[in-house]
Design a protein around this ligand. Structure first.
Ligand code: PAJ
Length: 271
């Protein structure tokens, strides 16, 4: 992969990378299209990264429709697909990890200990192999974007990070590979996440700036749907992910919740 990438990027051709764990949906495709529009060479990776899944999480049952994914990548005009094995990415005896301190313990990192260590580690490995000039991530995982940006800054990695907007269903539900776990009833209940964000946004646009007031309204909206349970709803600084006392333009409102045993996330950025 490294040799192929080096040869395709030869002569200053702009090479972009879209890292994924597969089970591709419209959300992933939007990243591929952004990459296609901006780059001369588009590479994608599919790797269900074991170190970012917790012991009780869905690593074993995570969907792996590899043939279908490959076809989708081909149809989107991706030049190279990197789909390594676990042994290749984690050589026997591997003991080296990348930990973005502080940030990794906020938002999803708090409820998923070790998750962002796994993400930062695998993304740094992918960057080392592919050596992209630019890499594309979804704003859907806003905390992930913050962690990757901090890692790139701190480790002096020569990679530009582009965050692409959240792709939603027509009723507002953010597309996620985990939506396939939902029954039709749960699919309806899952909208509570987006509704709670809209409520916060509406109140903010009406002039409310106190984070406590905004969060209380969002939580109240969320709890109207008894089928879902809240993990967190927070108003934070988008780079450091620290809670804000007062909301302001650019503030990130992030929500996570469980529908049955499926954990879903969503967010909006206040304007
Ligand atoms: P994965 O969940 O496969 O997501 C790959 C990329 O697609 C991520 O950057 C994610 O934010 C983006 N994405 C998913 N759904 C989206 C949506 N509805 N709108 C916009 N973007 C969306 O995120 C990962 O994989 C992994 O953690 C990875 C970075 C590959 C490291 O293993």
């Amino acid at each position: 992969m490294r040799a192929e990438c080096a040869s395709l990027a030869y002569g200053g051709r702009r090479l972009g990378l879209v890292p994924t764990i597969g089970a591709l949906r419209e959300g992933h495709l939007s990243l591929l299209r952004a990459a296609r529009a901006e780059c001369d060479v588009v590479t994608a990776s599919i790797f269900v990264n074991p170190t970012q899944f917790g012991p009780e999480e869905d690593l074993a049952k995570y969907p792996r429709p590899f043939a279908r994914d490959s076809e989708l990548l081909r149809a989107e005009g991706v030049d190279l697909l990197f789909a390594p094995s676990v042994d290749e990415m984690y050589p026997a005896g591997a003991v080296t990890y990348v930990n973005v301190e502080g940030l990794s313990e906020r938002l999803c990192g708090r409820s998923r200990p070790g998750h962002f260590r796994g993400v930062a580690t695998v993304v740094s490995k992918l960057f080392h192999v592919v050596q992209p000039e630019v890499a594309f991530f979804g704003q859907k995982d806003a905390a992930q974007v913050a962690v990757i940006r901090a890692m790139v800054r701190d480790l002096l990695l020569p990679v530009e990070i582009v965050a692409c907007p959240i792709v939603r269903e027509s009723d507002g539900l953010a597309l996620s590979s985990r939506n396939v776990y939902l029954s039709s009833e749960q699919r309806r209940q899952a909208l509570a996440l987006f509704r709670s964000l809209l409520r916060v946004q509406e109140l903010y646009e009406g002039g409310e700036r106190h984070a406590t007031g905004l969060i209380a309204a969002g939580v109240e909206e969320f709890s109207r749907e008894p089928g879902v349970s809240l993990d967190f709803l927070e108003v934070v600084n988008p780079d450091r992910l620290e809670p804000l006392e007062f909301a302001k333009p650019g503030a990130l409102v992030a929500v996570a919740g469980f529908v049955g045993s499926t954990r879903l996330i969503d967010n909006v950025v206040l304007s």
